[in-house]
Design a protein around this ligand. Structure first.
Ligand code: KG4
Ligand code: ZN
Length: 353
């Protein structure tokens, strides 16, 4: 990586992988000059992301947002040194909008373009506020679409430790909230309600803790919640029942995630734990990890550095795309005209086991 190239870089980044449109301008690979995130509230009407509506909204939002991000940053298009765009994984119709826009913009300004992997960006999103991570690190990406546990040996050097075998953690939050008759997205609502409920009211399973390895599973937990609710019929339920289910469900999710992170840290000798994804906003998860990482782990080990982004950088955002993109561009990497969108993590080519 050319340090001088990175230091002088002014990267425009575009993120449209799901339902948030986001644009950022990052200077020197580290200093955010501007950062806009437009959440598409329309999906709340349908209780989940509607892909067609998401692509259309990206199409309408992107041009004015790019203009605004440059104005906020006090940057003219001619000052930019490169463009980074999320090209995988995600909703393909949403990704295509960002990729097509970035290609056209880069061509019009004769700027280098780089496609960035959305999950790789989440692995590093904590670095925007916490600085470069000590290596090796374990990264936990927990969102509505992904639950990935990754050993990061250095920038660009990843070893997949485990992933969910079925639902993502955020998806479990959203489905349980729906079953309880609550709104979308369910994570923030359950997070709030759980704080007022009894975590020991129901004994929900801690999936996969009894098995070796780092994989996770959340669909059994969702079924266990449905079994508890069955005798009570359909929502609306008594407030106390909703709060107790929320608290007990959350305790199971958090307990599982914390245990798997600690197992991964002990197994790899990681010096840091980096979090990313919307579920990393969860207050109980943040508190439990803070406690776990502060506790001594083995005789000669220094404490594990826990690095959790602020909520805005946990969720989907272009700042993390810029962080990765700026480094790849500084290494001389380029995406040509063939840059394409890929929907799945496997097809995105980043995983190694
Ligand atoms: O990363 P994100 O904004 O979008 C993707 O899925 O890529 O994550 C959204 C997910 C949703 O499932 C939402 O319910 C969950 O993150 N989430 C939370 C919290 N805030 C958002 N889950 C638990 N507790 C929260 N406070
Ligand atoms: Zn994401």
């Amino acid at each position: 990586m050319s340090a001088a190239g990175l230091e002088k870089s002014l990267t425009l980044a575009i993120e449209t992988s799901c339902d948030d449109t986001s644009v950022a301008v990052l200077e020197g690979g580290a200093r955010l000059r501007s950062h806009l995130i437009a959440a598409q509230d329309v999906h709340q009407l349908y209780g989940g992301v509607v892909p067609e509506l998401a692509s259309r909204a990206h199409l309408e939002l992107l041009p004015p947002m790019v203009e605004r991000a440059l104005a906020d940053a006090g940057v003219r298009p001619a000052d930019l040194t490169g463009i980074a765009v999320t090209n995988a994984p995600g909703l393909v119709g949403s990704l295509v909008v960002g990729v097509a826009f970035a290609k056209a913009y880069a061509a019009a300004l004769s700027l280098p373009l780089i496609g960035v992997n959305h999950i790789e960006a989440h692995l590093h999103s904590a670095s925007l506020e916490h600085g470069d991570s000590p290596w090796p690190a374990v990264a936990l990406v927990v969102s509505g679409g992904h639950t990935e546990l990754v050993l990061v040996r250095a920038f660009g050097d990843y070893h997949w430790l485990g992933a969910t075998l079925d639902d993502a953690a955020g998806e479990a939050y959203d489905k349980v909230a729906k079953r309880l008759g609550l709104g979308f997205p369910g994570g923030p609502i359950l997070d709030r309600l759980a704080a007022e409920g009894r975590a020991d009211a129901f004994e929900f399973p801690r999936p996969m803790l009894d098995r070796p390895g780092f994989d996770l599973s959340f669909s059994g937990l969702k079924t266990a919640v449905a079994n508890v609710l069955r005798p009570h019929g359909e929502p609306p339920y008594a407030d106390s029942l909703v709060r107790d289910v929320a608290a007990s469900f959350q305790a199971a999710v958090v307990g599982t995630l914390v245990a798997k992170c600690l197992r991964a840290i002990d197994h790899t000798g990681a010096r840091a734990l980096n979090l990313g994804g919307g579920v990393a906003c969860n207050r109980a998860l943040r508190a439990a990890l803070a406690e776990a990482c502060a506790a001594p782990r083995g005789a000669l080990r220094e404490p594990v550095a826990l690095r959790i982004p602020s909520p805005r950088l946990c969720a989907d955002n272009a700042a993390m795309i810029a962080w990765v993109g700026a480094r790849r561009l500084a290494r001389g990497e380029r995406s040509g005209d063939e840059l394409d969108a890929a929907a799945s993590l496997e097809a995105s080519g980043i995983t190694s086991f």
